[in-house]
Design a protein around this ligand. Structure first.
Ligand code: NAD
Length: 469
């Protein structure tokens, strides 16, 4: 097999050291990725700094023309890349293909965004305008749940706005991103996009690097806090997309047959390893039992297994640490006497599998309700009134997203307006758009991704005050 290489200053580099990449369905090493050294990191940042001097001056339409060719480079290879993504991430191949579909949709949509220029004052005496200039070198750190999509959410707008990038995928899932980088090698001028991979040592080194001007990170809230500290010595700009504990609110007028599959997948897509997955399911008390039984019946039909098997719908968790965290949460909840409504089956033998687990109306303070499981675990909770459920949904340090399910659109929209989250989905599970700002309230993040607001996050304003004559 061809070795995996990093992309530094326009060249493919195998690097001096390597690290194992484990298949979560077998728990065995199946490939090795470069483990970037300090010197190689310095080289990548230096290349990005050099390239910034010219890339920032390239006309935005020329940059757009190059960036918008990225999707075309990937498209012919989607089937092979999706299988590789399955091997390193664990998700079923069909779900991996969907990650590519979303990535291509976002690549195309994000590359059409326009940077605004505003006229603040225009009189015979003075003209004042504000344009947007790039920040500099962007460190993009993407997570292991959606390694491809979440990498390109950062790279496309950063490059379009005139920045150069050092992209670092998560240590557990570097391979697909490295292969995609190979496809980009001759598309962009050397140093404009650099892609490096490495173990847990690399993220902190990249985020404190004095040559980096902006950090864009997706991952957990605790790591987000550490990254803010890394950013403070040089006041690096920051965008953080962190954890969530999304509430779904199901009103009594729903059609059970219609909503049950959607509610199930809103929680369990990617085995629950999704920042905007439903993590608390509030069901009106008058329909609680009926919906709970229908969800159990649906859960029984879902096939858990290795992502490469054609009939698998849910794969293993991505890594051993995550499986331990989720298993510990389930064990602790059972030990507290919380009632299990359903516990599914997982394949015997190896693989980081955790069974689909539904908890029956646990108390609000239980950790399975208050914390983000990031696995196939969901508490079902009964509520009586709108005021009560809105208060319970908002009683969280997180504020990423939430959803409302009702045939009464006016009521659903009113409830949506009362949720303290950056995104609310109404009668649909997590549809995101390259044109819509995506931002976490409270401890779910800082800054914005996507939409013009997300693009602006990769820029600084520059105001020119011109005294005429
Ligand atoms: P994590 O997502 O916090 O990422 C840990 C990674 O961050 C490590 O690879 C480490 O190298 C790096 N890191 C640590 N300190 C850093 C620093 N100062 N600067 C830069 N990088 C640094 O942790 P995890 O263990 O992979 O996942 C834990 C939890 O994160 C999950 O349970 C889940 O709740 C959440 N998560 C969220 C998302 C999301 O999409 N929002 C994605 C993955 C994980």
């Amino acid at each position: 097999m061809r070795p995996y290489t990093m992309l530094i200053d326009g060249r493919a580099l195998a690097g001096g050291a390597s690290m194992p990449v484990v298949d979560p369905a077998t728990e065995t090493e199946f490939a090795r990725a470069p483990d970037c050294s300090g010197a190689e990191l310095d080289e990548a940042v230096a290349a990005a700094r050099r390239a910034f001097l010219t890339w920032r001056r390239v006309d935005i339409e020329e940059r757009r023309a190059l960036v918008s060719q990225m999707a075309g480079r990937i498209e012919p290879h989607v089937q092979d890349l999706a299988r590789l993504l399955t091997q390193e991430q664990g998700k079923p191949v069909a779900v991996a293909v969907r990650e590519f579909d979303s990535t291509l949709r976002f690549m195309k949509g994000l590359s059409t965004l326009e940077l605004p220029e505003t006229i603040n004052e225009d009189t015979p005496v003075r003209r004042s305008t504000t344009r947007r200039v790039p920040v500099g070198v962007v460190a993009a750190l993407s997570p292991w749940n959606y390694p491809v999509l979440l990498s390109w959410w950062k790279v496309v707008p950063a490059l379009l706005a005139g920045n150069t990038v050092v992209l670092k995928p998560a240590p557990q899932t570097p391979l697909t991103v490295l292969r995609i980088a190979e496809l980009m090698t001759d598309l962009l001028p050397p140093g404009v996009l650099n892609v490096i991979s490495g173990g847990d040592h690399l993220g902190p080194r990249l985020t404190v690097h004095p040559g980096v001007d902006k950090i864009s990170f997706t991952g957990s809230t605790p790591t987000g806090r550490r990254i803010m500290e890394s950013a403070s010595p040089t006041l690096k700009r920051l965008t953080l997309e962190l954890g969530g504990n999304d509430a779904a609110i199901v009103m009594p007028d729903v059609d059970v047959g219609l909503v049950v599959p959607q509610l199930f997948w809103s929680a369990f897509t990617n085995s629950g390893q999704l920042c905007v997955a439903t993590k608390r399911l509030y069901i009106h008390s008058s329909r609680y039992r009926e919906l709970a039984e229908a969800l159990v019946a649906y859960a029984r039909t879902v096939k858990v297994g290795p992502g490469l098997a054609p009939d698998t719908q849910l794969g293993p968790l991505q890594n051993a640490r995550q499986r331990e965290r989720v298993q510990a949460l389930i064990a602790e909840s059972k030990a507290q006497g919380l009632k299990v409504l359903y516990e599914g089956e997982v394949p015997a033998g190896r693989g980081y599998y955790v069974p689909i687990t539904l908890f029956d109306n646990p108390p609000e303070h239980a950790r399975v309700v208050a914390d983000e499981p990031f696995g196939p675990v969901l508490p079902l909770l009964s509520f009586d009134t709108v005021d009560e459920v809105v208060a319970r949904a908002n009683a969280s340090d997180f504020g990423l997203a939430g959803s409302v399910w009702s045939r009464d659109e006016a009521l659903a929209l009113d409830i949506a307006s009362r949720l303290e989250t950056g995104t609310v989905f109404v009668n649909e599970p997590h549809y995101l758009s390259p044109h819509a700002p995506f931002a976490g309230h409270k401890q779910s993040g800082l800054g914005i991704e996507n939409g013009v607001d997300g693009l602006l996050g990769f820029t600084e304003p520059q105001t020119v005050m011109w005294r005429r004559g």
